[in-house]
Every structure is written in structure tokens, then in C-alpha cells.
Design a protein around this ligand. Structure first.
Ligand SMILES: NC(=O)c1ccc[n+]([C@@H]2O[C@H](COP(=O)([O-])OP(=O)(O)OC[C@H]3O[C@@H](n4cnc5c(N)ncnc54)[C@H](OP(=O)(O)O)[C@@H]3O)[C@@H](O)[C@H]2O)c1
Length: 295
């Protein structure tokens, strides 16, 4: 345990990918007076936080209050377990006003209702970052945006964590988390899905895997840069944006039935952007017809 006299006495429930990433980040930022993890396994996971000569963190296999009263608590367990952990925490004697945050993208602050009822200041802090391993986590969090819900001390704790990450706060209104999180899924997970479809089609077109990936990534990065510069409507290029019926017909004719459906689904969204760009309405209607849009 660090001997710093100022800073957060942080208790993190769940020594998984995100819990370890946030703890490491705060430890490296010198923001912690003490750091305790509670997990379900008898031993801590293999991680530098627990394995250095003077480990910066302590690990407990039980959900019991740390020796030093925590000033902040992070619930870093899978979403489905957050309500159960919140219920169990509410039966411990946390000091009134202790800040408690969960890290879920979809759950609202209401998942911590029993803790709010027992006098804690509750909120949520959702890193808009993808942490897939246990060591590269802090890197993913640096400079990231964080969806933040809650007020008072919970908000203060969230802001201190965002500051340690040199990140940015994205205010999330109560009751909107599922929509907010669906947006994040589109921007992250479904970009990955679209690139996997594009790679598959490139390989069907006999392009080598390496070349296909590099070419598509360069193309995708350019599209992202265009969105960054001017927003999606202005960034859209390609056959839908030009209302190029002939090209769209050629695409549809060569795709499998399943890929044709995927193509048309996205193309209809592209067409609404093209309409925003001012595509000729009669042309847009003909393209829409090709794509199965209702008349
Ligand atoms: N990873 C990301 O990229 C990411 C991004 C944004 C937000 N988040 C959020 O972060 C939270 C944690 O996700 P994660 O990706 O870190 O999951 P994870 O890697 O699966 O880690 C979850 C940890 O919680 C432990 N756990 C489960 N139930 C517990 C309980 N009742 N008491 C104590 N520990 C318990 C698990 O232990 P066992 O191994 O024993 O099951 C595991 O160590 C979730 O709310 C998630 O939505 C994650």
C-alpha cells in the first residue's frame, strides 16, 4: 500500500480488465493514498499492482470494508452483477457521502439505488475506451472520453479520475444510458464489424489478406478524418452520394443474398445522408427503390 498521505482511498470491487486499468492509471498518476481490490477468487490476478516488491495495491477475496475508510468506491464487475454488489455494499457501513461509481455503459445510476438510500453519493463513469487485455488498459484510457452520470461527491470522484487520464467528460442525462451506449457500440464495435465484412469481400475479390487490410484501413482512416473535419453528411462520398444507379446495380448483382441485405441496410442510411447533401429527389427515389426503400 502506498504511503502517500493525500489522495484517494480507493476501493475497487472487481479485479478485471477495467478495474485494473483504472487502478493502475490512478496509481501512476500519484492520485492514491491507498488502493484495495475485492474479488471473488482466493488470490489476486497476476498483475504488477499486486506483484511488485512493495505492491501498490492490496487484494481481498471478500467484500469487507478496507482498513482505511474508502473515500471512493468503484464497482468494476460485469454489468449483470452490479445490482447485487450494490446491494451487498449498502449493508456495510460506508461513511455517509462516500462516492460510489459503477463503470457500466448501459446501466443507469438507479442500479446503485440501495447505496443512495444508505447515504452514499452515487454515479457512473463509463470509459469510452476498449480495454481487451490486463496490461494495456491505462494506455487505452489516456485521453479517452468518459460518460459521466451523477452529482456531488460522485461527480467529483468521476472528474478526478477523468483528470488523471487527461480525458474528457461526456455528460450523460439520467434515463438515457441504453441509447448512449448503443451509440458507442455503433462507433466502436460495428466499425470493426464493417471492416470485417469489407476484408471478406476483398478476399473474395482475390486481394491478399495483408494488402486488403492495409488498403481498407487507409480508406477507413480517410473517411474518419473527413467526418472529423466536416461531420457525416458532408463526409459521405461514393455511389450513393452521387446517386450512381448503375454502380449500385453492379454491386447488388455480385453480392450474396446475405451481403446484399447488409449492403442495402447501410445504403438506405447513406441515402438519407445523400438527401441531406442535396441529391436530386427523383434520382434519390430511384436509388431508394433499388435498395428496397418503401415508396
Ligand atoms: N473492458 C472494457 O473495455 C470496458 C469498457 C467500458 C466499460 N467497462 C465496464 O467495466 C465493468 C467491468 O468490465 P470488465 O471488462 O473489466 O470485466 P472483466 O474483465 O470480466 O472483470 C470483471 C471482474 O469482476 C469480478 N467479479 C465478478 N463478480 C464479482 C463479485 N460479485 N464480486 C467481486 N468481483 C466480481 C470478476 O471476477 P471473476 O474473474 O472471478 O469472475 C472479474 O475479475 C463493466 O461494468 C463494464 O461494462 C468495460
Amino acid at each position: 500500500v502506498t504511503t502517500a498521505s493525500s489522495g484517494e482511498h480507493l476501493w475497487i470491487i472487481g479485479a478485471g480488465r477495467m478495474g485494473l486499468a483504472v487502478g493502475t492509471l490512478l496509481n501512476e498518476a500519484g492520485a492514491l493514498a491507498s488502493l484495495v481490490y475485492s474479488g471473488r477468487r482466493p488470490e489476486p490476478p497476476p498483475h504488477p499492482l499486486f506483484s511488485e516488491v512493495q505492491p501498490p495495491a492490496r487484494y481481498s477475496p471478500a467484500l469487507t470494508l478496507p482498513d482505511h475508510a474508502p473515500t471512493g468506491v468503484l464497482i468494476a464487475v460485469p454489468d449483470r452483477s452490479v445490482p447485487e454488489v450494490a446491494g451487498r455494499l449498502s449493508r456495510l457501513t460506508l461513511s455517509t457521502g462516500t462516492a460510489v461509481l459503477h463503470l457500466s455503459g448501459t446501466l443507469g445510476v438507479d442500479a446503485l439505488a440501495p447505496l443512495a438510500a444508505s447515504g452514499c453519493s452515487v454515479g457512473s463513469l463509463h470509459p469510452l475506451a476498449s480495454v481487451a487485455g490486463t496490461v494495456d488498459g491505462p494506455q487505452r484510457l489516456r485521453g479517452a472520453w468518459f460518460g459521466v452520470e451523477g452529482a456531488g461527491r460522485a461527480r467529483d470522484l468521476a472528474e478526478r479520475i477523468v483528470e488523471a487520464a487527461a480525458g474528457q467528460v461526456l455528460d450523460v442525462r439520467p434515463g438515457t444510458k441504453p441509447l448512449y451506449h448503443a451509440a458507442a457500440v455503433f462507433a466502436s464495435n460495428y466499425v470493426v464489424v464493417l471492416l470485417s465484412i469489407a476484408e471478406r469481400l476483398m478476399s473474395q475479390a482475390s486481394v491478399s489478406e495483408n494488402d486488403g487490410r492495409e488498403a481498407l484501413l487507409a480508406l477507413a482512416n480517410g473517411a474518419l478524418a473527413n467526418v472529423a473535419a466536416a461531420g457525416p453528411a458532408a463526409a459521405l462520398t461514393g455511389p450513393i452520394s452521387r446517386g450512381d444507379e448503375h454502380t449500385i446495380r453492379l454491386h447488388l448483382a455480385r453480392l450474396s443474398a446475405a451481403d446484399r441485405d447488409l449492403y442495402s441496410l447501410h445504403a438506405r442510411q447513406a441515402l438519407s445522408l445523400a438527401r441531406e447533401q442535396g441529391l436530386d429527389p427523383a434520382l434519390a427515389q430511384r436509388v431508394g427503390y433499388l435498395l428496397g426503400e418503401d415508396a
